[in-house]
Design a protein around this ligand. Structure first.
Ligand SMILES: [Fe+2]
Ligand SMILES: [Fe+2]
Length: 292
């Protein structure tokens, strides 16, 4: 018989899903290594709720391990960027291929957020709170896209995809300052630039459901890049490094791809880039465009 003093359920009492450790770093690892998307999303949401309920400790039980391959669907075939077929929106598979490519970015972004939590230790509590929030928002982005993909009769893992995002995670795994510069402030920030032209194409095809989703994602991504900017500035200050010069040195040192796009200046300014950084990025992009 139920106790008459049984408490009214709150969000802390109705958690569902697989059991998680009571340690944040083990929990982050579990989320990171979950392979199927349904499992990763459920674990991520449960972990974020458990964190907010104050039930995850910051006492590490094991040191961070290198992760060459994070959890991802077994059927997902990773190829080099040049081998990913280019399909325009007007071809039969075009909308599904675009949705799959965007879902792949969000799936990687969940892994990258959990990897930041898992790998970098002894940072302020707010660092972990920020990246857990990012992981949860990336999970929402992924599900919005996956739901649209399912409406077209497809699912994440069916199309080929490239591994550039995780390769950058491996290259920056040794140093949180480098990670903050290269992942949120370089790769995620390029997403801010890339979204307006995609939105324009979607609008011209009257794909309004997708337009709404991408506009929501863009708003959240400004926040993610801002979180990267905040921690990059914090780490530079702690180490007595000049932030702007350090940022550009790290791009030169670690980034091998081609860099050019039309900067989304309002979004980048809102995400913590200084006007000087934007000027230097523009110069860099112009040089790349001329040499290609
Ligand atoms: Fe996202
Ligand atoms: Fe993001």
């Amino acid at each position: 018989m139920a106790s008459p003093t049984h408490p009214t359920p709150t969000h802390q009492h109705i958690l569902v899903g697989p059991p998680l450790s009571n340690n944040l770093f083990d929990t982050a690892y579990q989320c990171l290594m979950a392979a199927e998307f349904a499992e990763k999303i459920l674990l991520t949401q449960t972990a974020a709720q458990t964190w907010r309920a104050g039930q995850l400790s910051l006492t590490a039980t094991t040191p961070p391990q290198p992760i060459l391959t994070p959890g991802q669907p077994a059927r997902l075939r990773l190829v080099s960027a040049s081998e990913v077929p280019r399909r325009t929106l007007t071809t039969p598979l075009g909308p599904a291929a675009l949705l799959h490519a965007l879902a792949h970015i969000e799936f990687n972004a969940i892994n990258l957020a959990w990897d930041a939590v898992y790998r970098f230790r002894e940072l302020p509590l707010e660092f972990y709170a920020d990246w857990i929030q990012v992981a949860e928002e990336e999970a929402t982005h992924f599900m919005l896209l996956q739901t649209q993909l399912a409406k077209l009769g497809h699912t994440y893992g069916e199309f080929t995809a490239h591994n550039g995002l995780w390769e950058m995670a491996i290259d920056t795994a040794h140093e949180v300052l480098v990670r903050m510069a290269l992942v949120p402030r370089l790769l995620e920030a390029r997403g801010l630039d890339a979204t307006p032209p995609i939105l324009a194409k979607l609008k011209s095809q009257q794909l309004t459901a997708l337009v709404d989703i991408l506009e929501l994602i863009l708003r959240d991504e400004i926040g993610h890049v801002a979180i990267g900017s905040r921690w990059f500035a914090y780490l530079c200050e702690q180490r007595g490094l000049p932030p702007t010069d350090t940022f550009f040195q790290l791009i030169q040192q670690y980034f091998r791809g081609r860099l050019y796009s039309q900067l989304n200046k309002p979004a980048r300014l809102a995400a913590g880039f200084s006007p000087e950084e934007l000027e230097r990025l523009e110069e860099m992009f112009e040089l790349t465009a001329k040499s290609s």
